[in-house]
Design a protein around this ligand. Structure first.
Ligand code: NAP
Length: 242
């Protein structure tokens, strides 16, 4: 798709965050050094770390119109902010996982009006693993069953994780999922392919949540100058690859 939206020119793109939990906080902390001007953080409750001047209980309460919104909330939140963004012409990056069919349809509808990038995982390394998984299946054929294990902190609500599901789509064929929710694990994924007399494993471990925040900020900067449409993290990474 061509770049027909006006770019944000010389000014720092104005960013609003939707969701003020673990990821929202990481994004708020990294946004200014990533070249954004943070104009608001939306959540239903104001967390302790967020100052009154930045807090908004809903997108309607934002004092400054953002150039882009990054959403890391919960499925109902992703659907409602997508609706608001579509109605107000604001590009949306969303990393919220566990979306049901209604929420996914809401994101699709919104992408007819605004540039919208949803990704289950904003890590460049994990997205490279998706490409490897797809190629691996082409090479070994469809017979070999796959197992995907995801390990996350006890507070994570969805299982299998959104990343496990996109890994499963990438590898295709017969896939069995298993999830562990314990402690404060940030995110670990194992994809195991069972062949006749051998086993292949792709393993990805996220060591710091900052990784996802930096990936989402990179995606937001890229998305600001796109035409309306639905984009993936691979579109954004490909565009940056010489
Ligand atoms: N794509 C990736 O790379 C990636 C990486 C990590 C996490 N995630 C996903 O990102 C999401 C958030 O993760 P997290 O660890 O930050 O979760 P969290 O700590 O539970 O935070 C969720 C935040 O969203 C807010 N929220 C929930 N429903 C909302 C709604 N309807 N409207 C507005 N705000 C709402 C919550 O605050 P209130 O309840 O006060 O509204 C809270 O501030 C999860 O789906 C997680 O799986 C994705």
């Amino acid at each position: 798709m061509s770049e027909t939206r006006p770019s944000t020119g010389g000014h720092r793109p104005r960013l609003a965050l939707h969701g003020a939990g673990r990821m929202g906080r990481q994004l708020a902390e990294a946004s200014e050094s990533a070249g954004f001007s943070l104009v608001g953080v939306i959540a239903r409750h104001q967390p302790d770390w967020l100052t009154e001047d930045l807090y908004a209980a809903s997108p309607e309460q934002l004092v400054v119109r953002p150039d882009v919104i990054i959403d890391f909330s919960l499925p109902g939140g992703a659907a409602s902010v997508a609706q608001w963004c579509a109605g107000n012409g604001v590009p949306l990056v969303s990393g919220t996982t566990g979306l049901d069919e209604t929420a996914r349809a809401e994101l699709d509808t919104a992408s007819a009006k605004i540039p919208l990038l949803w990704a289950a995982n904003f890590s460049i390394g994990l997205n490279a693993c998706l490409v490897l998984a797809k190629r691996l299946r082409e090479l070994v054929g469809t017979d070999a069953p796959a197992r995907i294990l995801d390990i996350h902190h006890a507070g994570k609500l969805d299982a299998p994780s959104g990343t496990a599901l996109v890994l499963g789509e990438a590898i295709g064929g017969d896939v069995e999922y298993d999830s562990v929710r314990e402690g404060d694990a940030i995110g670990e994924h194992h994809l195991v392919l069972e062949l006749a007399d051998e086993q292949i494993e792709i393993r990805h471990v996220a060591n710091d949540r900052r990784l996802f925040a930096l990936g989402a900020l990179h995606a937001a900067r890229w998305l600001c100058s796109r035409s309306p449409g639905r984009y993936t993290m691979l579109d954004c990474i490909d565009a940056a690859t010489p």
